[in-house]
Write a protein that binds this ligand. Structure first.
Ligand code: NAD
Length: 480
């Protein structure tokens, strides 16, 4: 261990945050963690002082200097206008990987899944969390789902490198590419490409709905699971809860330069100021942090002592079980119990070995050689409420030209012209696809079409260019 303490930024957060942070720091200190903490203010107070993202500008300075953040949970005030601090942190600091180990500690902590030991690697920056949302018409709101090739490559490679480092046998991919063929389809195809580079690690893929059901039913059959942001957000909470208690799991948010460590749970205002919360989730975040800063010996020492504490039945209220537990301890007393076990190793629960848990070094993701990109048409989105799809089709067809003609109209993605069903329920938002009959069309012709539509009285709310990339359509086919 280096002599100079590693500077880390900490935040005590809200609700149970200050209490579990105090307990965690006490355990780190007693175990000999060589860290120098700098405290920043985030969360409810900052939100209510008028800072809409819950963090003062000055706090960023500490985070960008130390590049390591141990964060207690915060309370996000109810009501509109407050931005998620976590989402802001992940994006601003480039924390692309969220790593959440979910482990059962049976028989010492009650769970229906005693063999469970899985790790969820969640993409942390993209997907529906890009925050690009618009109200487009009276009736329709839109949120853009962004999936990028470099984003997929980074998170999938991270999952395989993590599996390799931690001696895990299999990586499973969860996607919904039977529906989202381009976005989730990209995630899946990148998964298959990168999996081929790791012949010693098994791999498989599941549609996320059946995958989630199987995690809930037989989590012991999973090892490492990698998935896009939204699925990972939901499924990692389910996994942590069924492992025993939402109060037990920690999470690491990893970027190329910075990293943030936390508990997965929130500020549990119902338990604030009562000294009853379980500090283990934040402690697990701190253990991941110690590995990240090269103090794996201390990480291992604390983790072993924590397992001994569980084995001896010294439990906080959330995991206390009559007959199995020996004592129901408060937050600080639990921390003291862990401290009293430092130097011991668990007798029944597997003792982790962190000798190879250094931060993963991933190659810089390059950009692919550009494809041959051809502009072949345009989807025009209209607000229109005046009648039946056939009327719209007839009126719009007149604005087309030989080289750029109306091919179809959809409403909420379902084809309604030509030859739609009168049963299809329609809202005031119409996607009208104009395609060229040539190999390619000039962008100026698309602009001219928009002017003709405007002159004909149509309310054009948005357009989306249609391209072929190396001859492959870069747009989804239409249902119906
Ligand atoms: P929560 O995770 O705070 O609490 C849900 C329930 O889980 C609590 O009522 C409590 O009974 C139990 N619980 C949670 N942590 C526990 C612990 N350490 N020990 C024992 N029991 C524990 O979720 P919530 O009530 O939906 O959210 C409360 C606040 O936390 C909200 O303002 C929310 O926005 C915020 N939140 C913050 C984060 C974060 O900072 N990372 C994450 C999630 C929620």
């Amino acid at each position: 261990m280096s002599q100079t303490p590693t500077p880390i930024t900490i935040a005590y957060g809200d609700g149970i945050g200050p209490s579990i942070m105090e307990a965690t720091l006490k355990m780190l200190d007693a175990a000999g963690a060589n860290i120098a903490t700098e405290t920043i203010e985030i969360g409810e107070k900052v939100y209510l002082s008028g800072q809409s993202n819950g963090i003062e500008a000055s706090a960023w300075e500490s985070l960008r200097r130390t590049k390591v953040f141990l964060k207690a949970p915060i309370t996000t005030p109810q009501g509109g206008g407050y931005k998620s601090l976590n989402v802001s942190m992940r994006k601003a600091l480039g924390l692309f990987a969220n790593v959440r180990p979910c482990v059962a500690y049976s028989p010492f902590v009650r769970t229906k899944h005693p063999e469970m030991d899985l790790v969820i690697v969640r993409e942390n920056e993209e997907d529906l969390y890009a925050g690009i949302e618009h109200r487009q018409t009276e009736e329709v709101y839109q949120c853009l789902k962004l999936i990028t090739r470099p984003g997929c490559e980074r998170i999938v490679r991270y999952a395989f490198e993590y599996a390799k480092q931690q001696g895990r046998k299999r990586v499973t991919c969860f996607v919904k590419d039977n529906i989202m063929k381009l976005t989730d389809g990209l995630f899946h195809s990148v998964f298959k490409e990168i999996a081929a580079e790791y012949p010693d690690i098994q791999h498989d893929s599941m549609i996320v709905d059946i995958g989630a059901a199987r995690v809930a039913d037989t989590p012991e059959n999973f090892d490492v699971i990698v998935m896009p942001n939204l699925y990972g957000d939901i499924i990692s909470d389910v996994a942590a809860q069924i492992a025993g208690s939402v109060g037990m799991a920690g999470s690491a948010n990893i970027g190329d330069q910075c990293a943030m460590f936390e508990a997965i749970h929130g500020s549990a205002p119902d338990l604030a100021n009562q000294d009853v919360a379980n500090p283990s989730g934040l402690l697990h975040g701190a253990i991941q942090m110690l590995n990240h800063i090269g103090q794996s010996d201390v990480a291992e020492k604390i983790h072993h002592a924590w397992l001994v504490t569980l084995e001896e039945g010294l439990h906080t209220a959330d995991i206390f079980k009559e007959g199995m537990s020996k004592a129901k301890l408060g937050t600080q007393a639990f921390a003291d119990a862990v401290i009293s076990k430092l130097g011991q190793s668990p007798k029944q629960l597997p003792a982790p070995n962190y000798s190879s848990s250094q931060p993963l070094k991933l190659p810089v993701v390059g950009h692919k050689a550009p494809s041959k990109k051809q502009l072949v048409g345009m989807d025009v989105f209209l607000q229109w409420q005046n009648g039946a799809p056939a009327e719209l089709g007839e009126a719009l067809a007149k604005t087309g030209r030989k080289s750029l003609s109306l091919k179809l109209i959809t409403n909420r993605g379902v084809k309604v012209w030509p030859q739609g069903f009168e049963e299809t329920y329609c809202v005031d938002h119409w996607r009208c696809r104009f395609m060229t009959s040539e190999d390619e069309i000039d962008f100026a012709e698309l602009l001219a079409l928009q002017i003709r539509l405007h002159d004909a009285g149509f309310d054009v709310i948005k357009t989306e260019n249609l391209y072929n990339f190396d001859g492959e359509p870069g747009y989804a086919a239409v249902h119906g």
